[in-house]
Design a protein around this ligand. Structure first.
Ligand SMILES: C[S@@+](CC[C@H](N)C(=O)[O-])C[C@H]1O[C@@H](n2cnc3c(N)ncnc32)[C@H](O)[C@@H]1O
Length: 346
């Protein structure tokens, strides 16, 4: 038996213990909502505004477990209850129903299907050995070069989270003087598609791996944008970029170490004509010391499992761009936790 190691004289702590509980209990919201998602709870609530009893029958759940799920969903503002009937909030209607154009659920599915990446052991291994664990490989994009099904699931998941911020920034940044966007590592093309929709004078090319482009082409056809948006196959580390006057990177820099981000910044600078613009779209830390906010630090934990990158601060991205030669570099808050760091080639 272990001996007691607590000091024998006790002192009242200076703060109550909520921050400890918050970080611990926050973890449990995730499985509750993932389970609700996989059980079809949100679609059921949308269709029938059920009572707890009806919900138990439909989902074949015990009252106790159903109550735990719906209480978590109401506590987290995804559902309300009135006169005993559960309803979705606008937040859940917009993000948690497959019929919504901004359905987030495909990203949840990616995380659920790869849940071992977020186990304590996997994350501890990733921290201690500085090595990602997703798919059990060092480079997930090598897997995407080889496995169509994983590529499709990943690209669709990225589309799921990228569409709303894409709609937002495309209306915030002044793109009137640009004619051709290059969405580098563009995936589904969510950003290229929404930018082209928002700015009628802008055409766009999605630049991505050979195996990703067919998925992007499906999305281009789906949104009826084939006359203005196309996909170009290539490797951003090796191949020249197609001609463009606006280079855009979303969720790309955070996948790579600083020297690779500096390389991409320089490569963009070399390919753009004077007056061309670069934009880097990421969750950014709010100061050079990377003290927060928490969602950005947590996103770095996510990246730990999936690659060799991390979230950067606006200062760091500004430095990548400035050192490459870009001027007038500024950081623009765009949507939710997202910012764009953008600069111009003089
Ligand atoms: C995290 S996803 C971001 C997708 C998209 N930009 C978005 O924000 O939704 C990173 C993208 O970079 C692409 N990528 C990775 N390595 C690449 C390479 N060497 N050349 C071109 N694209 C690459 C991946 O295929 C993937 O689509």
């Amino acid at each position: 038996m272990n001996t007691v190691t607590f000091p024998s004289s006790v002192t009242m702590p200076r703060n109550d213990d909520r921050p400890l509980w918050d970080v611990l209990l926050g973890v449990f919201g995730l499985p509750a909502l993932f389970i609700a998602h996989r059980l079809g709870l949100f679609e059921l609530v949308d269709a029938k505004a059920p009572t707890l009893e009806e919900l138990c029958v439909e989902l074949k759940l015990a009252r106790r477990t159903a109550q735990i799920l719906v209480s978590t969903a109401t506590a987290l503002d995804f559902m309300t209850v009135e006169d005993g009937r559960y309803r979705l909030t606008p937040l859940a209607e917009d993000y948690l129903l497959p019929r919504s154009s901004t359905y987030f659920g495909y990203y949840w599915d990616l995380i659920i299907d790869n849940h071992q990446v977020f186990s304590f052991d996997a994350l501890k291994n990733a921290i201690v050995n500085d090595k990602p664990t997703a798919y059990g490989v060092d480079d997930i994009y090598q897997t995407h070069r080889e496995e169509e099904e994983r590529t499709r699931e990943f690209t669709r998941a990225m589309h799921s989270i990228s569409l709303p911020p894409a709609m937002a920034w495309a209306r915030k940044l002044d793109l009137a003087q640009h004619r051709q966007m290059l969405d580098i590592g563009g995936g589904s093309g969510a950003h290229a598609l929404m930018a082209a929709q928002a700015v009628p004078t802008l055409n766009a090319t999605i630049f991505d791996l050979e195996t990703v482009c067919p998925v992007a082409e499906e999305f281009i056809a789906h949104y009826g944008m084939g006359d203005r948006v196309s996909a170009a196959r290539g490797d951003m580390w090796i191949d020249p970029f197609p001609a463009a006057d606006f280079h855009f990177y979303s969720h790309v820099f955070h996948g790579w170490p600083p020297e690779k981000c500096a390389f991409l910044s320089r490569k963009s600078f070399e390919h753009l004509e004077p007056g061309g613009r670069i934009a880097v779209h990421e969750f950014v830390y709010n100061d050079a010391d990377k003290t927060g906010p928490f969602p950005v630090a947590a996103m770095s934990m996510v990246m730990l499992g999936w690659g060799v990158g991390e979230q950067y601060s606006a200062d760091e991205i500004t430095r990548f761009l400035s050192q490459a030669g870009f001027v007038d570099v500024e950081t623009v808050p765009t949507f939710g936790y997202y910012n764009i760091v953008t600069g111009r080639k003089p």
